[in-house]
Design a protein around this ligand. Structure first.
Ligand code: ATP
Ligand code: MG
Length: 351
Protein backbone atom coordinates (compact mmCIF):
# COMPACT_ATOMS: atom_id res chain seq x y z
CA UNK A 1 0.00 0.00 0.00
CA UNK A 2 1.36 3.47 -0.84
CA UNK A 3 1.77 5.78 2.18
CA UNK A 4 -1.25 7.97 2.82
CA UNK A 5 -0.95 11.75 2.89
CA UNK A 6 -3.32 14.38 4.23
CA UNK A 7 -2.80 18.11 4.16
CA UNK A 8 -4.80 21.20 3.29
CA UNK A 9 -5.48 24.90 3.35
CA UNK A 10 -7.89 27.23 5.08
CA UNK A 11 -10.03 29.36 2.73
CA UNK A 12 -9.11 32.67 4.34
CA UNK A 13 -7.91 33.89 0.92
CA UNK A 14 -6.25 32.60 -2.23
CA UNK A 15 -3.01 30.66 -2.28
CA UNK A 16 0.29 32.52 -2.27
CA UNK A 17 3.95 31.74 -2.91
CA UNK A 18 4.42 30.58 0.69
CA UNK A 19 1.88 27.84 0.13
CA UNK A 20 3.58 26.82 -3.08
CA UNK A 21 7.13 26.51 -1.75
CA UNK A 22 6.05 25.35 1.73
CA UNK A 23 3.59 22.63 0.82
CA UNK A 24 1.92 22.52 -2.61
CA UNK A 25 5.13 21.94 -4.59
CA UNK A 26 5.78 18.84 -2.49
CA UNK A 27 2.20 17.66 -2.98
CA UNK A 28 2.55 17.91 -6.75
CA UNK A 29 5.63 15.64 -6.56
CA UNK A 30 4.26 12.98 -4.26
CA UNK A 31 0.80 12.65 -5.79
CA UNK A 32 2.37 10.12 -8.21
CA UNK A 33 3.67 7.83 -5.48
CA UNK A 34 1.39 8.45 -2.47
CA UNK A 35 -2.33 8.22 -1.81
CA UNK A 36 -3.10 11.94 -1.42
CA UNK A 37 -6.02 13.79 0.17
CA UNK A 38 -6.12 17.60 0.12
CA UNK A 39 -8.58 19.27 2.44
CA UNK A 40 -10.25 22.67 2.21
CA UNK A 41 -10.66 23.67 5.84
CA UNK A 42 -13.84 25.65 5.21
CA UNK A 43 -15.16 24.94 8.70
CA UNK A 44 -11.95 26.22 10.27
CA UNK A 45 -12.22 29.38 8.18
CA UNK A 46 -15.21 30.27 10.37
CA UNK A 47 -12.92 30.51 13.42
CA UNK A 48 -11.79 33.96 12.33
CA UNK A 49 -14.28 34.83 9.58
CA UNK A 50 -17.72 33.63 10.68
CA UNK A 51 -19.37 36.86 9.57
CA UNK A 52 -18.17 36.39 6.00
CA UNK A 53 -19.68 33.14 4.69
CA UNK A 54 -19.80 34.35 1.09
CA UNK A 55 -16.09 35.12 1.12
CA UNK A 56 -15.28 31.73 2.62
CA UNK A 57 -17.30 30.02 -0.12
CA UNK A 58 -15.66 32.12 -2.84
CA UNK A 59 -12.15 31.43 -1.51
CA UNK A 60 -12.88 27.72 -1.16
CA UNK A 61 -13.52 27.50 -4.90
CA UNK A 62 -10.58 29.83 -5.63
CA UNK A 63 -8.17 27.53 -3.80
CA UNK A 64 -9.31 24.55 -5.88
CA UNK A 65 -8.46 26.63 -8.98
CA UNK A 66 -5.09 27.46 -7.43
CA UNK A 67 -4.42 23.76 -6.82
CA UNK A 68 -5.18 22.90 -10.43
CA UNK A 69 -3.05 25.81 -11.61
CA UNK A 70 -0.11 24.69 -9.44
CA UNK A 71 -0.25 21.16 -10.87
CA UNK A 72 -2.40 19.10 -8.53
CA UNK A 73 -4.20 16.42 -10.53
CA UNK A 74 -7.72 15.82 -9.15
CA UNK A 75 -7.76 12.29 -10.54
CA UNK A 76 -4.64 11.30 -8.62
CA UNK A 77 -5.39 13.39 -5.51
CA UNK A 78 -8.75 13.73 -3.79
CA UNK A 79 -9.62 17.41 -3.18
CA UNK A 80 -12.46 17.71 -0.69
CA UNK A 81 -14.45 19.89 1.71
CA UNK A 82 -13.97 19.53 5.46
CA UNK A 83 -17.67 20.29 5.99
CA UNK A 84 -18.81 17.37 3.81
CA UNK A 85 -16.92 14.73 5.77
CA UNK A 86 -18.90 14.32 9.01
CA UNK A 87 -16.46 11.79 10.49
CA UNK A 88 -13.97 14.65 10.92
CA UNK A 89 -16.35 16.63 13.17
CA UNK A 90 -17.24 13.52 15.13
CA UNK A 91 -13.61 12.64 15.76
CA UNK A 92 -12.91 16.27 16.74
CA UNK A 93 -15.45 15.97 19.54
CA UNK A 94 -14.05 12.65 20.71
CA UNK A 95 -10.41 13.83 20.57
CA UNK A 96 -11.33 17.00 22.49
CA UNK A 97 -12.04 14.66 25.43
CA UNK A 98 -8.57 13.16 25.21
CA UNK A 99 -6.69 16.45 25.44
CA UNK A 100 -6.30 18.63 28.51
CA UNK A 101 -7.50 22.16 27.73
CA UNK A 102 -4.17 23.56 28.96
CA UNK A 103 -2.29 21.37 26.54
CA UNK A 104 -4.23 22.78 23.59
CA UNK A 105 -3.67 26.37 24.74
CA UNK A 106 0.09 25.81 25.13
CA UNK A 107 0.41 25.39 21.35
CA UNK A 108 2.87 28.11 20.18
CA UNK A 109 1.25 28.41 16.74
CA UNK A 110 -2.12 29.23 18.32
CA UNK A 111 -0.48 31.80 20.61
CA UNK A 112 1.30 33.33 17.66
CA UNK A 113 -1.88 33.53 15.58
CA UNK A 114 -3.75 35.22 18.44
CA UNK A 115 -1.01 37.85 18.46
CA UNK A 116 -0.34 38.48 14.76
CA UNK A 117 -4.00 38.28 13.74
CA UNK A 118 -4.96 40.65 16.58
CA UNK A 119 -7.56 38.27 17.99
CA UNK A 120 -7.15 39.75 21.47
CA UNK A 121 -9.19 38.21 24.29
CA UNK A 122 -12.37 37.74 22.33
CA UNK A 123 -11.53 34.93 19.97
CA UNK A 124 -14.23 32.32 19.59
CA UNK A 125 -14.32 29.07 21.54
CA UNK A 126 -13.95 27.44 18.12
CA UNK A 127 -10.59 29.11 17.57
CA UNK A 128 -8.53 26.86 19.88
CA UNK A 129 -10.85 23.99 18.95
CA UNK A 130 -9.51 24.17 15.40
CA UNK A 131 -6.19 22.78 16.65
CA UNK A 132 -8.06 19.72 17.94
CA UNK A 133 -10.01 19.63 14.68
CA UNK A 134 -6.78 19.50 12.76
CA UNK A 135 -5.74 16.37 14.63
CA UNK A 136 -9.04 14.85 13.44
CA UNK A 137 -8.46 16.03 9.85
CA UNK A 138 -5.22 14.06 9.78
CA UNK A 139 -6.17 11.03 11.83
CA UNK A 140 -9.51 10.52 10.04
CA UNK A 141 -7.37 9.51 7.04
CA UNK A 142 -4.95 7.49 9.16
CA UNK A 143 -2.35 9.55 7.31
CA UNK A 144 1.32 8.67 7.68
CA UNK A 145 2.72 11.92 6.38
CA UNK A 146 1.61 15.56 6.39
CA UNK A 147 3.42 17.95 3.99
CA UNK A 148 3.27 21.34 5.72
CA UNK A 149 5.16 24.54 6.47
CA UNK A 150 7.10 24.96 9.70
CA UNK A 151 4.25 26.78 11.49
CA UNK A 152 2.22 23.56 11.42
CA UNK A 153 4.75 21.41 13.30
CA UNK A 154 3.17 22.06 16.74
CA UNK A 155 -0.20 20.96 15.32
CA UNK A 156 1.33 17.74 14.04
CA UNK A 157 2.94 17.17 17.43
CA UNK A 158 -0.51 17.47 19.03
CA UNK A 159 -1.82 15.00 16.45
CA UNK A 160 0.90 12.52 17.33
CA UNK A 161 -0.06 12.81 21.00
CA UNK A 162 -3.74 12.16 20.23
CA UNK A 163 -2.89 9.10 18.13
CA UNK A 164 -0.70 7.64 20.87
CA UNK A 165 -3.22 8.37 23.61
CA UNK A 166 -6.15 6.90 21.69
CA UNK A 167 -4.22 3.76 20.78
CA UNK A 168 -3.02 3.32 24.37
CA UNK A 169 -6.41 4.00 25.92
CA UNK A 170 -8.65 1.99 23.59
CA UNK A 171 -6.48 -0.40 21.58
CA UNK A 172 -4.23 -1.83 24.26
CA UNK A 173 -1.02 -0.38 22.83
CA UNK A 174 1.77 -0.16 25.40
CA UNK A 175 3.16 3.26 26.29
CA UNK A 176 6.56 1.75 25.48
CA UNK A 177 5.60 0.99 21.84
CA UNK A 178 7.61 2.72 19.10
CA UNK A 179 5.62 5.34 17.16
CA UNK A 180 6.09 3.48 13.90
CA UNK A 181 4.73 0.23 15.36
CA UNK A 182 1.34 1.50 16.57
CA UNK A 183 -0.64 0.43 13.49
CA UNK A 184 1.11 -2.94 13.24
CA UNK A 185 0.33 -3.67 16.91
CA UNK A 186 -3.39 -3.03 16.38
CA UNK A 187 -3.72 0.71 17.05
CA UNK A 188 -6.43 2.40 14.98
CA UNK A 189 -4.15 5.35 14.19
CA UNK A 190 -0.62 5.58 12.80
CA UNK A 191 1.52 8.23 14.52
CA UNK A 192 1.95 10.67 11.59
CA UNK A 193 5.00 12.70 10.65
CA UNK A 194 5.28 16.31 9.50
CA UNK A 195 6.96 16.51 6.09
CA UNK A 196 8.59 19.97 6.11
CA UNK A 197 10.51 20.83 2.94
CA UNK A 198 13.64 22.97 2.46
CA UNK A 199 11.64 26.22 2.68
CA UNK A 200 9.43 25.71 5.69
CA UNK A 201 8.75 29.37 6.24
CA UNK A 202 8.74 31.89 3.42
CA UNK A 203 8.87 35.41 4.80
CA UNK A 204 6.23 37.91 3.62
CA UNK A 205 6.84 41.09 1.64
CA UNK A 206 6.83 42.97 4.96
CA UNK A 207 10.23 41.27 5.49
CA UNK A 208 9.17 40.19 8.99
CA UNK A 209 6.24 37.83 9.37
CA UNK A 210 5.57 34.56 7.62
CA UNK A 211 3.91 35.19 4.26
CA UNK A 212 0.27 34.77 5.20
CA UNK A 213 -3.13 35.26 3.62
CA UNK A 214 -4.38 37.13 6.65
CA UNK A 215 -1.49 39.60 6.96
CA UNK A 216 -1.55 41.41 3.59
CA UNK A 217 2.09 40.49 2.91
CA UNK A 218 1.58 37.85 0.23
CA UNK A 219 2.30 37.44 -3.48
CA UNK A 220 -0.56 35.51 -5.09
CA UNK A 221 -0.34 33.34 -8.15
CA UNK A 222 -2.79 35.66 -9.88
CA UNK A 223 -0.49 38.69 -9.34
CA UNK A 224 0.93 40.28 -12.50
CA UNK A 225 4.61 41.17 -12.95
CA UNK A 226 3.64 44.74 -12.10
CA UNK A 227 1.97 43.64 -8.84
CA UNK A 228 5.00 41.53 -7.96
CA UNK A 229 7.42 44.43 -8.59
CA UNK A 230 5.29 46.76 -6.48
CA UNK A 231 5.15 44.30 -3.58
CA UNK A 232 8.91 43.65 -3.73
CA UNK A 233 9.62 47.39 -3.89
CA UNK A 234 8.12 47.64 -0.40
CA UNK A 235 10.53 45.05 0.98
CA UNK A 236 12.86 47.06 3.18
CA UNK A 237 16.44 45.87 3.67
CA UNK A 238 18.00 48.98 5.21
CA UNK A 239 20.78 48.95 2.59
CA UNK A 240 21.53 52.37 1.06
CA UNK A 241 24.03 52.08 -1.81
CA UNK A 242 25.25 49.62 -4.45
CA UNK A 243 28.67 49.38 -2.80
CA UNK A 244 27.52 48.78 0.77
CA UNK A 245 28.20 45.15 1.82
CA UNK A 246 24.78 43.51 2.13
CA UNK A 247 23.48 40.81 4.44
CA UNK A 248 22.58 37.73 2.41
CA UNK A 249 20.54 36.45 5.35
CA UNK A 250 17.95 39.17 4.74
CA UNK A 251 14.42 38.57 3.43
CA UNK A 252 15.35 39.65 -0.11
CA UNK A 253 17.94 36.88 -0.33
CA UNK A 254 15.46 34.36 1.05
CA UNK A 255 13.51 35.18 -2.11
CA UNK A 256 16.63 34.89 -4.28
CA UNK A 257 17.29 31.41 -2.93
CA UNK A 258 13.62 30.40 -3.19
CA UNK A 259 12.95 31.62 -6.74
CA UNK A 260 16.07 32.22 -8.84
CA UNK A 261 16.27 28.87 -10.59
CA UNK A 262 19.99 28.70 -11.49
CA UNK A 263 22.12 27.87 -8.39
CA UNK A 264 25.25 29.41 -10.00
CA UNK A 265 23.40 32.68 -10.44
CA UNK A 266 22.23 32.52 -6.81
CA UNK A 267 25.82 32.03 -5.63
CA UNK A 268 27.02 34.90 -7.79
CA UNK A 269 24.32 37.27 -6.51
CA UNK A 270 25.15 36.30 -2.93
CA UNK A 271 28.86 36.90 -3.47
CA UNK A 272 28.42 40.29 -5.12
CA UNK A 273 25.81 41.48 -2.62
CA UNK A 274 27.92 40.47 0.39
CA UNK A 275 30.93 42.28 -1.12
CA UNK A 276 28.97 45.40 -2.14
CA UNK A 277 30.21 44.74 -5.67
CA UNK A 278 28.20 47.37 -7.52
CA UNK A 279 24.82 45.73 -7.10
CA UNK A 280 21.73 47.58 -5.90
CA UNK A 281 18.73 46.14 -4.08
CA UNK A 282 16.73 47.30 -7.11
CA UNK A 283 18.77 45.02 -9.40
CA UNK A 284 18.23 42.05 -7.15
CA UNK A 285 14.52 42.80 -6.79
CA UNK A 286 14.08 43.04 -10.57
CA UNK A 287 15.73 39.66 -11.01
CA UNK A 288 13.62 38.09 -8.27
CA UNK A 289 10.45 39.60 -9.79
CA UNK A 290 11.28 38.09 -13.19
CA UNK A 291 12.03 34.70 -11.63
CA UNK A 292 8.70 34.71 -9.75
CA UNK A 293 6.89 35.84 -12.88
CA UNK A 294 8.42 32.95 -14.87
CA UNK A 295 7.27 30.50 -12.19
CA UNK A 296 3.75 31.93 -12.11
CA UNK A 297 3.18 32.43 -15.82
CA UNK A 298 2.17 28.83 -16.64
CA UNK A 299 0.10 28.71 -13.43
CA UNK A 300 -1.80 31.86 -14.39
CA UNK A 301 -2.50 30.40 -17.84
CA UNK A 302 -3.78 27.12 -16.43
CA UNK A 303 -5.83 28.96 -13.84
CA UNK A 304 -7.54 31.15 -16.43
CA UNK A 305 -9.00 28.01 -18.03
CA UNK A 306 -10.98 27.21 -14.88
CA UNK A 307 -11.93 30.79 -14.06
CA UNK A 308 -15.61 30.69 -14.90
CA UNK A 309 -16.31 27.01 -14.62
CA UNK A 310 -17.87 26.53 -11.17
CA UNK A 311 -19.60 23.32 -12.30
CA UNK A 312 -16.26 21.64 -13.01
CA UNK A 313 -14.86 22.72 -9.64
CA UNK A 314 -17.94 21.38 -7.84
CA UNK A 315 -17.63 18.05 -9.68
CA UNK A 316 -14.01 17.76 -8.57
CA UNK A 317 -15.03 18.49 -4.98
CA UNK A 318 -17.91 16.03 -4.99
CA UNK A 319 -15.67 13.27 -6.29
CA UNK A 320 -13.06 14.18 -3.66
CA UNK A 321 -15.69 14.15 -0.87
CA UNK A 322 -16.84 10.68 -1.91
CA UNK A 323 -13.27 9.38 -1.81
CA UNK A 324 -12.59 11.13 1.51
CA UNK A 325 -15.75 9.76 3.12
CA UNK A 326 -14.92 6.23 2.02
CA UNK A 327 -11.77 6.21 4.09
CA UNK A 328 -12.94 8.47 6.96
CA UNK A 329 -16.11 6.44 7.56
CA UNK A 330 -13.96 3.34 7.84
CA UNK A 331 -11.66 5.06 10.32
CA UNK A 332 -14.58 6.37 12.37
CA UNK A 333 -16.16 2.95 12.47
CA UNK A 334 -12.91 1.43 13.75
CA UNK A 335 -12.42 4.23 16.28
CA UNK A 336 -16.00 3.92 17.57
CA UNK A 337 -15.57 0.18 17.84
CA UNK A 338 -12.39 0.62 19.87
CA UNK A 339 -14.02 3.22 22.15
CA UNK A 340 -17.16 1.03 22.58
CA UNK A 341 -19.27 3.67 20.78
CA UNK A 342 -20.27 1.57 17.81
CA UNK A 343 -23.85 0.31 17.70
CA UNK A 344 -24.81 0.28 14.01
CA UNK A 345 -23.28 0.50 10.54
CA UNK A 346 -24.03 3.58 8.46
CA UNK A 347 -23.48 4.87 4.92
CA UNK A 348 -22.84 8.50 3.90
CA UNK A 349 -23.68 9.52 0.33
CA UNK A 350 -24.36 12.49 -1.95
CA UNK A 351 -27.01 12.87 -4.57
P1 ATP B 1 -3.83 32.22 7.46
O1 ATP B 1 -3.18 33.55 7.46
O2 ATP B 1 -5.32 32.27 7.28
O3 ATP B 1 -3.40 31.34 8.63
P2 ATP B 1 -1.87 30.97 5.85
O4 ATP B 1 -1.32 31.86 4.79
O5 ATP B 1 -1.07 30.74 7.09
O6 ATP B 1 -3.31 31.52 6.16
P3 ATP B 1 -2.79 28.24 5.89
O7 ATP B 1 -4.02 27.82 5.16
O8 ATP B 1 -2.86 28.45 7.36
O9 ATP B 1 -2.22 29.57 5.20
O10 ATP B 1 -1.61 27.20 5.57
C1 ATP B 1 -1.69 26.19 4.57
C2 ATP B 1 -0.35 25.48 4.42
O11 ATP B 1 0.62 26.33 3.84
C3 ATP B 1 0.26 25.02 5.74
O12 ATP B 1 0.92 23.79 5.53
C4 ATP B 1 1.27 26.09 6.06
O13 ATP B 1 2.33 25.64 6.88
C5 ATP B 1 1.78 26.42 4.66
N1 ATP B 1 2.26 27.81 4.62
C6 ATP B 1 1.49 28.91 4.78
N2 ATP B 1 2.25 30.01 4.71
C7 ATP B 1 3.53 29.59 4.49
C8 ATP B 1 4.78 30.27 4.32
N3 ATP B 1 4.84 31.59 4.35
N4 ATP B 1 5.89 29.52 4.13
C9 ATP B 1 5.83 28.17 4.08
N5 ATP B 1 4.67 27.48 4.24
C10 ATP B 1 3.54 28.17 4.44
MG1 MG C 1 -2.02 29.75 8.76
Amino acid sequence: MPPRVLTGDTPTGQLHLGHYVGSVRRRVEIQHTHECYFLLANMHAFTTRAEKPDEIRRDTLAIVRDYLAMGIDPVKSAIFLQTEVPAISELTYLFAMLLPFNRVMRNPTLKDEIKVKNLGENYSFGFPLYAVGQTADILAFRAHSVPVGEDQVPHIELTREVARRFNQMYCGISDQAEDDDHEKLGGVFPVPRADVGPIGRLVGTDGKNKMSKSLGNAIYITDTLKDIKKKLAGLYTGRQTMTEPGDVKNALFDYVRAFVADPHRVAELERRYAAGDNIGDGHVKAEVADAIDALLQPMRERRAKYENDDALILDILKDGCRRANAICEETLSRAKDAARLKFFDRVIGYR
